[in-house]
Design a protein around this ligand. Structure first.
Ligand code: ADP
Ligand code: MG
Length: 240
């Protein structure tokens, strides 16, 4: 579904991605781990062109999205992104947060958009919050709403950048449970996370990034229990 070849990204003189190659299959869950500053967020942001690569190509469903002639807005609609900070619109109610893009971008009627939104809210156990405002919700609830808002666009891929890093520990589980249920349903996902237990459970494949490169990749079982590279061993010994 996604193919990345020789992806490079520099900010001025700073080379952040130094040639990333990846193929992500339909229904695959890819977890990205690595030290702070290794380029994980930049990699994720390149996938939907929030950052414009300075080298290499990214293909989405066979279309080169780095080609100047590609309509990137159309592609972005198919990629949901969830950030560390929940980024809900503070002055809009929960139901408005969720229905805005489906109505404006996909042209759904209010009734259609709300019906879909309520289905998704039910799925994450927050249907009674429809007319509440974001600041009345806990961090875990806001993040579940952010996931619902992305799902309301019916994306083909979900990108998560440390979705639980800003949460109080007691709220991490409720957000990870939602992501696990998406995995069970076969959603294609790329997830940057430091939650290794979760990664083991949900990932089909884990890549370890350091200094702008993929140092090692494997199944979670192999990568966590039997890392081959010193840099991977060193990183895992610090966080596990
Ligand atoms: P990670 O997510 O693994 O912590 P990032 O992808 O956020 O790493 O950052 C990798 C490097 O790129 C860091 O050195 C960071 O300071 C730098 N960087 C990221 N975004 C920008 C930007 N917009 N401008 C300049 N430097 C950036
Ligand atoms: Mg990051």
């Amino acid at each position: 579904m996604i193919k990345v070849t020789n992806l490079e990204k520099s900010f001025g003189d700073l080379k952040v991605l130094k040639g990333i190659n990846q193929e992500i299959d339909d229904g695959e869950v890819l977890v990205v781990i690595g030290p702070s500053g290794s380029g994980k967020s930049t990699f994720l942001r390149c996938l939907n062109l929030l950052e414009v690569p300075t080298g290499g190509n990214i293909y989405f469903d066979g279309i080169d999205i780095t080609d100047k002639n590609t309509n990137i807005d159309k592609i972005r609609e198919k990629m949901g992104m969830v950030f560390q900070s929940f980024n809900l619109f503070p002055h809009k109610s929960i139901i408005e947060n969720i229905t805005l893009a489906p109505m404006m971008v996909r042209g759904l009627s209010k009734e259609e958009a709300e019906e879909k939104a309520m289905e998704l809210l039910k799925r994450v156990g927050l249907e009674e919050k429809r007319d509440t405002y974001p600041k009345k919700l806990s961090g875990g609830q806001q993040q579940r709403i952010a996931i619902v808002r992305a799902l309301a666009m019916e994306p083909k891929v979900m990108l998560f950048d440390e979705p639980t890093s800003a949460l109080d520990p007691e709220m991490v589980g409720e957000v990870l449970d939602v992501i696990k249920s998406l995995a069970k349903d076969g959603m294609t996902m790329v997830i940057v996370t430091h939650e290794m237990g979760f990664a083991k459970e949900v990932a089909d494949r884990v890549i370890f990034m350091d200094d702008g490169l993929i140092v090692e990749e494997n199944t979670p079982l192999e990568l966590f229990n039997n890392p081959q590279e010193d840099r991977t061993k060193n990183f895992l010994s610090k966080i596990l």
